[in-house]
Design a protein around this ligand. Structure first.
Ligand SMILES: Cc1cc2nc3c(=O)[nH]c(=O)nc-3n(C[C@H](O)[C@H](O)[C@H](O)COP(=O)(O)OP(=O)(O)OC[C@H]3O[C@@H](n4cnc5c(N)ncnc54)[C@H](O)[C@@H]3O)c2cc1C
Length: 462
């Protein structure tokens, strides 16, 4: 097939230092994210500019040649939002990764879009500060991707989501215009809030090239508790009992028996494989009221819900190892087959109802569903596991997936707590949104991207 003229044009503009690949094996690696369920197209090329000017050239030429662009961070997304479409450019941000620039006085850090979440945490920790957003993929997902998906993670119950920590964004618009939106001040009400519009826009409005993020002081000492519960419903009771404490926990996660066993099989961490559910809680030591006049200690709350084992530690290394169990949940299912991952969320009071509804779907459809998630946010990740990939198994899994969506919407919940819509949830979006809101979103998208070149087929219906 002859090479598209944009490839030569890009080479001419960008020079030979910028990676620009058209070979099939490189393109294969850049054509999809971590959601194995979804089809993807064949890109024309992958291009990885190392600075804002490079991104501007790519978007300018894409507009001139009417070539679609799919922005890509680290490709750890779970909805196919970074999946290539036929004839697109994949614009990888992995080289937009300057050293994080810290401002300790104002507790800020400037980073590139390609900087990894874990690198920001590490830079902040080096000056005694904390960057709280903590997706389980922290070690390998990019800030640009976190911004584009409004990533959540393990610490949202106390610290909120990515949006709560973004002060400024540097963006290149479709067509190549560059701008900065937002303000470094903790408060600013000047014009429409374009930062909020861009956060969670899944690569449909422009390419984020950099960000100024807020930092905070973390608690001095944390207690981490892991409790074995006799049922997922009992785990739900623990969550409800702990969420309303005067000081919220830092994290409050659950894993069901299927997930516990899958993780143990992968990592041999010594988890209680007899438990029907594990609850993982972390909170500042002074907030665990055990023995004091304050709220009941976490251990007591777990035991009151029927916990058969409770283990608590203040040792940071031990705590990291316990949390690793939760971070490995998705990978553990990847090793066992083809995981079809959900990301549904409900009001926290409805968590027990959602847990029961998911169990009902598994039973009715006769499928394996492992459930884990950020329980204190009402956000669960049921994984429908296809162990033997056949067309019939896929149809069955898809039916179970549809049912979980249905049950969530019936509970007044949302299609996505944190992973976004991408291509996975696109067919369902109109079911959740007000049609007028949906029309406004499409108009906003067209205002940013009149030629419709940014990440087409993803995140919003055309
Ligand atoms: C094991 C595992 C655990 C995970 N745990 C969590 C979790 O706890 N919480 C959570 O929220 N997510 C989680 N995720 C999902 C994923 O890591 C997040 O969605 C993350 O924010 C994606 O970042 P990325 O850099 O990999 O983006 P990609 O997957 O490359 O892209 C995601 C979306 O962002 C767009 N995009 C990326 N960079 C830019 C940019 N610079 N400008 C404009 N658009 C851009 C893409 O077009 C795409 O739409 C997990 C994933 C895995 C594999």
């Amino acid at each position: 097939m002859p090479t598209h003229p944009i490839v030569a044009a890009l080479r001419g503009r960008l020079g030979t230092d910028v990676p620009l690949a058209t070979d099939a094996d490189v393109l294969a690696a850049y054509s999809h994210d971590r959601a194995p369920w979804l089809a993807h197209g064949a890109p024309l090329a992958m291009v990885a500019p190392g600075d804002v000017d490079g991104v501007r050239h790519v978007l300018e030429l894409a507009a001139e040649h009417r070539v679609p662009v799919v922005p890509r961070g680290a490709g750890s997304g779970l909805t196919g939002a970074a999946n290539a479409v036929d004839g697109c450019l994949v614009l990888s941000t992995h080289r937009l990764r300057p050293e994080p620039r810290l401002d300790v006085d104002d507790r800020l850090v400037r980073v590139g879009a390609g900087t990894l979440n874990g690198e920001v945490k590490q830079a902040a920790a080096g000056v005694g500060l904390l960057y709280p957003p903590d997706p389980a993929s922290s070690a390998f997902c990019s800030i640009g991707g976190n911004v584009a998906t409004n990533a959540g993670g393990l610490c949202c119950v106390r610290y909120g989501v990515t949006r709560d920590w973004v002060r400024e964004l540097d963006v290149v618009l479709p067509g190549g215009e560059a701008l900065r939106v937002g303000h470094t001040a903790p408060k600013s009400v000047a014009g429409l809030d374009l930062v909020s519009l861009l956060v969670g826009s899944e690569g449909t409005l422009g390419v984020v090239t950099g960000a100024t993020l807020a930092l905070t002081r973390g608690p001095d000492r944390l207690v981490t508790v892991v409790a074995s519960l006799p049922s997922l419903a009992a785990a739900g009771d623990v969550v409800l009992a702990l969420r309303d404490r005067p000081e919220p926990p830092v994290l409050l996660e659950i894993m069901d028996a299927t997930t516990i066993r899958a993780v143990e099989e992968l990592a041999h961490l010594g988890l209680d494989v007899e438990a029907a559910a594990l609850v993982l809680v972390q909170l500042p030591e002074e907030a665990d009221g055990a023995g004091a006049a304050g709220p009941a200690g976490v251990e007591d709350v777990c035991r009151a819900a029927g916990a058969t084992e409770v283990y608590a530690t203040t040792e940071p290394d031990e705590a990291r190892a316990l949390l690793q169990a939760r971070r490995l949940a998705y990978e553990a299912f990847e090793r066992r087959g083809l995981p079809l991952l959900e990301d549904v969320a409900v009001d926290v009071s409805r968590l027990p109802a959602l847990i029961a509804a998911i169990a009902g779907v598994a039973e009715r459809r006769g499928v394996t569903i492992g459930t884990f998630g950020h329980a204190a946010d009402g956000n669960l990740h049921p994984v429908i596991l296809v162990e033997h990939d056949t067309p019939a198994a896929r149809v069955l899994a898809q039916s179970a997936f549809d049912d979980v969506v249905e049950e969530t919407l019936a509970l007044g919940g949302t299609l996505s707590g944190e992973h976004g819509i991408g291509r996975l949830k696109l067919p369902y979006l109109a079911r959740q949104l007000d049609p007028v809101a949906l029309r406004l979103m499409q108009q906003v998208r067209a205002a940013f991207d009149p030629l419709g070149l940014m990440n087409p087929g993803s995140s919003l219906p055309a």
